[in-house]
Design a protein around this ligand. Structure first.
Ligand SMILES: [Fe+2]
Ligand SMILES: [Fe+2]
Length: 297
């Protein structure tokens, strides 16, 4: 099947380099945005979702490799797999650190693991045609989720509120290094989906399932983290009103903007390159302490 529209916006020279970063979490405070437990834990939901989620992306993309007939796209997919595998491990280390600080994330992570392995995992007994269809459907879910990871990455790269609030610099570097790579590779999953199925319905279905699921998981995750924080005694329950107020101070992405961004995914002429800036992402990666250290070891 030929590579599909929209050709005008597809990269012709995207070379994705997995950067083997390391972070030292030994000095990370539990509330790494000082005195902002709700903002801290709402962002911490990333660490709950991403290790399992990104390992699943890697699995889905490996399953999709034999279906790819475009050499450049295959190279991009391989680069994407390399980057996502490192992202998953970087966030896993934060989870291990939280456990050491008395906040046990494992009950929630077990639910996420069940979701990705049992609900979205391999289905036994499929015919080759059904297996191909199942792989393409999962690629469409990844493409929709990657719209959000690029949105969040773009926000992380443009979030001076976190600096003003004196957020932990190592965590900021993790968020911005990861965010920059999400912006850098934001078109790969979408281009893969369109390569395997150019139909609009596939795109719509991917977002219609992934968008509400992601919101649900995020709200549950924030509730879980605030309840599990041993220093809070369950005193803080997250609300949308509070989230909007915190977003106004620049410590969380604005929920309304996230919804409007998701709606743009349905536009007929949509392409991920219309969101975020590759040059800004690459500029951050050139100065990121972790990415620079990775380049020298
Ligand atoms: Fe990632
Ligand atoms: Fe990604």
């Amino acid at each position: 099947m030929p590579r599909s529209t929209p050709p005008a916006t597809v990269h012709d020279s995207l070379v994705l380099e997995p950067r083997d970063v390391r972070f030292d979490w030994s000095a990370l405070p539990l509330h790494w945005i000082p005195d902002e437990p709700m903002a801290t834990h709402t962002i911490n939901v990333l660490h709950l979702l991403l290790p399992e989620g990104e390992r699943w992306f890697v699995k889905v993309f490996k399953d999709a490799l034999p279906l790819i007939t475009d050499e450049q796209l295959r190279e991009e997919v391989l680069g994407f797999i390399g980057q996502e595998a490192i992202h998953a491990e970087a966030h896993q280390e934060v989870l291990d650190h939280l456990l050491g600080q008395g906040l046990d994330p494992r009950p929630y992570v077990r639910q996420i693991s069940w979701l990705f392995h049992r609900v979205l995992g391999d289905k036994p007994g499929l015919t080759p045609a059904q297996r191909r269809e199942n792989t393409i459907e999962r690629v469409a879910f990844v493409a929709a989720i990657e719209h959000f990871t690029a949105f969040l990455g773009n926000w992380a790269l443009n979030s001076p509120g976190l600096d003003r609030a004196k957020a932990d610099p190592t965590m900021l570097d993790l968020l911005r290094w990861h965010g920059a790579e999400e912006v850098e590779h934001r078109s790969v999953a979408y281009d893969l989906m369109v390569h395997l199925d150019p139909g609009y319905l596939r795109r719509v279905r991917g977002m219609a399932v992934s968008g509400p699921l992601l919101v649900h998981l995020w709200v549950r995750g924030a509730r879980f983290m605030l309840a599990a924080d041993p220093t809070l005694d369950g005193r803080i329950r997250p609300t949308w009103r509070e989230a909007r107020l915190i977003a106004r101070r620049g410590l969380l992405p604005d929920p309304g903007r996230a919804v409007r961004s998701a709606l743009r995914y349905f536009r007929p002429g949509y392409h991920p390159t219309q969101e975020g800036s590759s040059s800004q992402a690459l500029a951050y990666l050139a100065t990121s302490p972790a990415a620079r250290a990775a380049a020298t070891h």
